[in-house]
Ligand binder design. Structure first.
Ligand code: SAH
Length: 266
């Protein structure tokens, strides 16, 4: 809010933008987009939200910004640099900043470097994606727990950080983020862990975006459904009996996202 470098550092807000529909942003996130001196964002918030910020106040720090890979280190240092210029910075992240968004790392970096920060939670795609597709992540009759897992393991890890066998044993809903590419691998893992191959599975692509799409199937058929529909990231995978609820309510499901609700049924 001032350019005087001698004064106390500005504040960094780690802001969740929600799943994509600007109407699903928090009031606080919206206010920060209006008031922040600089908005640092990647692609995940989606064009509708990013374009609410005038170009001169936003910087793309996404992985493929400026035709090269932007490192996490660059983002961290840029937040710090702007704060020490006294700027109010909104670090805008898709969904909730602390759900698979590296927000945790960014927060610790800021604290270590003496930068005051605030966390502004957002509506995560892990719940909202299934939700707008008519899939409640818990349900009194079918699922008394839900697990959020990454489908995209860090390849440098010596062994899988996700225990699919243990997840299969919970009997609860499994929501996989970053799990389009590895869908064949983890559905196979779940089947070999003894999960019923008929377990319903749904893929929600670009949940709450104008071009949202949904593909449905079972543990056995979902890979074919993905390929047939050409589902691409960003998408969430919902595995569990709750995914069947969509079929039961589809006729009356009034969410105004995408045009393909109803075209995905086999
Ligand atoms: N912090 C984010 C998740 C970041 S990881 C959140 O809370 O939503 C990126 C993954 O999020 C994507 O690979 C995809 O699995 C999921 N994702 C984000 N936005 C999405 C959307 N609108 N629809 C479906 N999946 C989405």
């Amino acid at each position: 809010m001032t350019d005087d470098a001698d004064i106390a550092p500005g504040r960094v807000y780690l802001v969740g933008s929600g799943p994509g529909d600007p109407d699903l942003m928090t009031v606080k996130a919206r206010r920060l987009l209006e008031e922040a001196d600089v908005v640092l964002h990647d692609k995940l918030p989606g064009p509708d939200i990013i374009e609410m910020v005038p170009e001169e106040r936003r910087e793309d720090v996404g992985k493929r910004a400026r035709g090269e890979r932007t490192s996490q280190q660059y983002t961290n240092e840029r937040m710090e640099e702007l704060a020490y210029e006294g700027k109010t910075v909104a670090r805008l992240k898709g969904g909730d900043p602390f759900v698979f968004g590296r927000g945790g790392e960014e927060m610790v970096y800021l604290a270590k470097h003496g930068v005051p920060f605030e966390v502004v939670p957002g509506v995560t795609s892990a719940i909202a994606g299934p939700g707008v597709a008519g899939i409640p992540v818990t349900h009194r009759d079918h699922a008394s727990s839900v697990s959020f897992v990454t489908g995209h393991e860090d390849p440098t890890k010596p062994e899988s950080a996700v225990d699919w066998e243990a997840l299969a044993a919970t009997g609860g809903t499994i929501v996989v983020l970053m799990g389009v590419g590895k869908l064949p691998d983890y559905t196979a893992e779940l089947r070999s862990a003894g999960m019923d191959p008929e377990t319903p599975v749904a893929l929600v692509e670009r949940g709450t975006w104008p071009d949202q799409r949904v593909a449905t199937g079972t543990l056995d058929t979902i890979v074919d459904a993905r390929d047939e529909a050409g589902i691409e990231p960003p998408a969430v995978t919902v595995i569990g009996d709750v995914a069947r609820e969509r079929q039961r309510v589809l006729t009356f499901l009034g969410n105004d996202y995408g045009s393909e609700n109803g075209e995905d049924e086999q």
